[in-house]
Design a protein around this ligand. Sequence first.
Ligand SMILES: NC(=O)CCC(=O)C(=O)O
Length: 269
Amino acid sequence: MAPSKLKIALLQLDSFPTKQAAIANAFTQIRSAAKDNGAKLVILPECWNSTYSADEFGRAAERIPGGETSVALANTAKELGIWLVGGTYPEVDAGKVHNTCAVFGPQGEFVGKYRKMHLFDMDIPGICTFSESSVLTPGQEFLTFSVEGLNVGIGICYDQRFPEFAAIHRQLGTDFLIFPSAFDTYTGPMHFELIARARALDNSMFVALCAPARDTSKDYVAYGYSTLAGEHPEMLVVDLDLTLLEDIKKKIPVLKQKRNDVYELVRKK
Ligand SMILES: NC(=O)CCC(=O)C(=O)O
């Protein structure tokens, strides 16, 4: 029988000048989450081991699986016997670069990868201008997997702005949607938590956001504020009460009351 609780940890990681230093820090935190705090599923932020910059994506990109970060994450997942949602790091494949989240299982197995589907292109002059699509290729496929009976799905940051994305995950059976993220400091205070709550409410699912800690020395300053966190480096360990979802679905049965005779959401790929 599936357990009624799952202990998860969200690591709001600090930034480091080199990839190797970021990896070393992540592994200290992952070990602490698993060994000292009993987390069974550990989640890292978006772009946690490289600078979040269109100029840097290509330079930092590696193969997934098989590249330096993936090998290190797989070994750590195996050593600790945990599920590891590896945040995102840039991936290169057939000459194209993607913003990708790789997931590893308790035997160190590669569970799958999700490539950011909605690229972050925003132009608010003088405040925030970013063009992921100038260097990145968007993903086409959804990623879902099961952790101790809980159906988990992955999105990345800007994806959460698209209600259809989470609604398709609901169709796929996802009960826990995880977004490695790095919102900016302008939209973050207005939208970050609001969007996560909206997606959770619309779809009767758990939603977790895992962001890097704020580093004001960077060109792109990430907002921080992973689900339940502030702006500084933090580790959040939470027991997901899996019975809550079934209870909510029974009490507020909106999922069964869709009018598919009147409207329909269609997944094309
Ligand atoms: N990394 C991102 O996708 C940033 C998204 C963001 O800041 C937003 O407002 O949306």
